[in-house]
Design a protein around this ligand. Structure first.
Ligand SMILES: Cc1cc2nc3c(=O)[nH]c(=O)nc-3n(C[C@H](O)[C@H](O)[C@H](O)COP(=O)(O)O)c2cc1C
Length: 189
């Protein structure tokens, strides 16, 4: 396999796309599209990271309110993923109303869930890491919501039913076919 050396730029892929909800001091919600959403600690504790540029309104809101929700979209939501990533809530845009998304109250945090997203993670900020051109907001997942039609009768996740969006160099992709039998992950210790 011949290889060429390239200047690295956003070098790990694919990554999930997330729609991250936050809230201002008056309770007005905002949404930002992120390609940088990742697991940081997967069992004890359950922490996720989101990487935000300082210039975003979401950075300001989450810094002040210390809560956010990670909402994972379906492939049918690509237009809204692009729209929420192309305008700033700082300019007074209500992205729920503007882009046809439905806010529903969370259980334990103030930012709302996005009803159209089948997976929602309510997060409380436990740390902020200055990592370069983004800051990483480390969030403890205090509640996870998963649409029941993604689960089988035993409550196990059926991966073929989760039709989400991943970011790749040059664009977006769906998730591909199953490559393995069902595995338990993380494994029991
Ligand atoms: C597909 C996609 C992925 C993005 N990923 C990130 C990201 O990981 N971090 C970030 O700070 N901005 C990211 N952006 C840009 C923000 O979504 C964009 O600047 C947004 O308008 C900021 O909204 P806000 O100012 O209301 O928070 C992404 C945009 C798109 C379309």
């Amino acid at each position: 396999m011949a290889k060429v050396q390239r200047t690295p730029s956003r070098p790990v892929y694919p990554t999930p796309t997330g729609l991250i909800t936050s809230i201002d001091a008056e309770g007005r919600p905002n949404i930002i599209t992120l390609g940088e959403v990742f697991n940081l600690s997967i069992r004890e504790p359950i922490w996720v990271g989101i990487a935000l540029r300082k210039a975003t309104y979401s950075h300001e809101l989450i810094s002040a309110q210390r809560e956010y929700v990670v909402n994972l979209p379906t492939s049918g939501m690509l237009d809204q993923v692009l729209q929420c990533g192309s305008v700033s809530g700082r300019d007074g845009v209500d992205k729920f109303a503007e882009f046809g998304l439905t806010a529903v109250p969370s259980e334990q945090v103030r930012p709302p869930l996005i009803a159209e997203c089948p997976v929602n993670l309510e997060c409380k900020v436990v740390d902020v890491l200055v990592t370069g051109d983004h800051d990483v907001f480390v969030g403890e997942v205090v509640v996870q919501h998963v649409a029941d039609d993604l689960l089988n009768a035993d409550g196990a996740f059926v991966l073929e039913r989760f039709d989400t969006i991943v970011m790749m160099p040059g664009g977006f992709a769906g998730v591909g076919a199953r490559l393995s039998p069902t595995i338990e992950w993380p494994p029991k210790r």
